[in-house]
Design a binder for this molecule. Structure first.
Ligand code: NAG
Ligand code: NAG
Ligand code: NAG
Ligand code: NAG
Ligand code: NAG
Length: 478
């Protein structure tokens, strides 16, 4: 059942044009594809062309194809340069970190093999910024276990943190930076030669985003000097997001993970035999709520292995019982289904995402306005985030086909002005995975040179001035 369409006419004072803008703030269902067709997901086979076996697509597969291990992003080979009447004025990029080891919480109770990370260092140190202060050595973490420590690590043995960005993920991060620079510097002559005060990078409180940022900055600017990474304190971080929002959490758990809503639990019930056979191999207890309230853990456990060319796991007591590729593919299809359900198919998804990610959108709108009004000198902002960030963002933008956003998943906001026309008018293009984003919301539609006022009115209408509506949403219960 769809709620009545709400059409808000906003009493909004635009900074740019001085005209009223009317936008549709309602939720609109995503397109019907195999992803939100439960019987197809359960009874189908394979992964519908989605790829999970490594950072590089097989030869002959078109770039832009879903690749869980290394999602498509903006790069010179495919980038569509807008008509010459458009001049680029501001760019903001947000993407998920690159491939990593699983979180310890997603490793099986007994892992059949170890995982080695001695081919990289996780540099972690503080150093006074005052030039006369003492310097720091370039020290890094080296993970080890000791014979005298009687406790076995949770999950994998080896020399990695669970999680950390793997060596392959560091390579992908570097290439991601190089590709963006190839477009915004080499092709468009937009980025400055130096980072200076016009380019800014931001990370979350989870260290894996900093591991990506260092490589990415070097991929862009070939620099090994000190580069500040913007970060908000952990209790209010809007990028991760980490601010607490009771209203949104209550709303998500009323229809999604953890809820008893019939249309959520249906797929879990139908997939019970799959859970049972996976549990028998992994040793995950049948009564573990965490492993059975969604496919998140099995998906992460299995996909992290396949991204790193590691075998699917076998039972540690009986090496002849292994997880099959068919079972794994079914887990991957169910993972897509769950993300689409939680972030797009449910009519409550928009409000839940506005509560939990509205602050980032308010900041984005402010950044754009500050750039257009020349209050800020920054022309390029780059945010390294998580799947929970990108999913909520796509939920608010109402992407027409939702997927579980893989490693490196990217959304780019480009702001333009048009030469020879009303030069106070601005336009926005949004690229998702390197392609123009298609929204199910008719006010946004295909976001290709949409009037910026419409986009800002949409964001303002949902999240309010300085995210004032988010505060209300977070306070209230579902
Ligand atoms: C904007 O909308 C308000 C309220 O509907 C109206 O009073 C005002 O005249 C409109 N302004 C313009 C420029 O259309
Ligand atoms: C990944 O590799 C496995 C094992 O070689 C193969 O069976 C499977 O079809 C591959 N999956 C994809 C999506 O390419
Ligand atoms: C992991 O380490 C524990 C404790 O040192 C050891 O008993 C176990 O056999 C190891 N497992 C693997 C798969 O290497
Ligand atoms: C789930 O069921 C609820 C209550 O009947 C309904 O409002 C909602 O649209 C359904 N969600 C999906 C994704 O079908
Ligand atoms: C992998 O499985 C274990 C259960 O043994 C779980 O605790 C852990 O959270 C899972 N890891 C991920 C990344 O889901």
């Amino acid at each position: 059942m769809r709620p009545p369409k709400t059409l808000f006419s906003l009493l909004w004072l635009p900074l740019v044009t001085g005209q009223n803008t009317t936008v549709d703030l309602g939720w609109h269902a995503p397109k019907k594809t195999w992803i939100n067709d439960l019987s197809g997901v359960l009874n189908g086979e394979g992964t519908h062309g989605f790829y999970f076996n490594g950072s590089t697509l097989p030869l002959g597969t078109e770039y832009g194809t879903y690749n869980w291990c290394n999602m498509p992003h903006v790069r010179p080979e495919e980038y569509v340069v807008p008509g010459s009447e458009f001049t680029l004025e501001y760019v903001e990029v947000i993407h998920r970190h690159h491939k990593r080891t699983p979180y310890a919480s997603n490793t099986f109770p007994k892992e059949p093999y170890g995982w080695d990370c001695t081919n990289e260092g996780l540099f972690y140190y503080g150093q006074p910024l005052n030039p006369s202060g003492k310097a720091s050595a370039s020290s890094f973490w080296s993970v080890y276990t000791s014979d005298a420590n009687p406790f076995a690590p949770n999950g994998f043995n080896g020399t990695c943190q669970f999680p950390q960005i793997t060596c392959g993920g560091l390579d992908d991060s570097w290439q991601h930076g190089k590709d963006l620079y190839g477009v915004y510097h080499d092709l468009l002559s937009f980025l400055p030669e130096e980072i200076g005060d016009r380019v800014s990078y931001r990370v979350t409180n989870n260290v894996i985003t900093s591991q990506v940022a260092g490589m990415l900055v070097n991929g862009m600017y070939s620099t090994t000097t000190d580069v500040p990474l913007q970060i908000q304190t952990s209790s209010i971080d809007s990028l991760e997001p980490a601010y607490s929002c009771f209203g949104a959490s209550a709303l998500y758990s009323s229809y999604g993970v953890g809820s008893t809503a019939a249309n959520w639990t249906e797929h879990l019930k139908l997939a019970k035999p799959l859970f049972t056979s996976l549990d028998a191999i992994s040793g995950v207890p049948a009564d573990s709520t965490d492993w059975h309230k969604s496919f998140d853990h099995y998906y992460d456990n299995l996909s992290a292995r396949q991204c790193h060319a590691k075998p699917l796991p076998c039972n540690t007591n009986d090496a002849s019982r292994c997880v099959t590729q068919d079972q794994t593919d079914t887990v991957y299809r169910l993972g897509q289904y769950e993300y689409s359900f939680i972030y797009r198919d449910s009519p409550k998804s928009l409000q839940a995402a506005v509560g939990s990610y509205g602050v980032f959108l308010a900041e984005l709108a402010q950044n754009i306005r500050d750039s257009v009004s020349r209050k800020s000198r920054i022309i390029y902002r780059h945010n390294v985030a998580h799947d929970g960030s990108i999913s909520r963002l796509l939920s608010i933008l109402q992407v027409d086909v939702m997927v579980w956003v893989g490693m490196g998943s990217e959304v780019v906001f480009e702001i333009y002005y048009r030469r020879g026309s009303d030069n106070s008018k601005r336009y926005i293009r949004i690229l998702w995975g390197g392609q123009v984003l298609q929204s199910s919301n008719p006010s946004l539609g295909k976001v290709d040179m949409l009037e910026l006022d419409v986009f800002l009115a949409y964001i303002d209408g949902l999240v309010g001035n300085r995210a004032s509506k988010v505060i209300d949403l977070c306070r209230t219960s579902a």
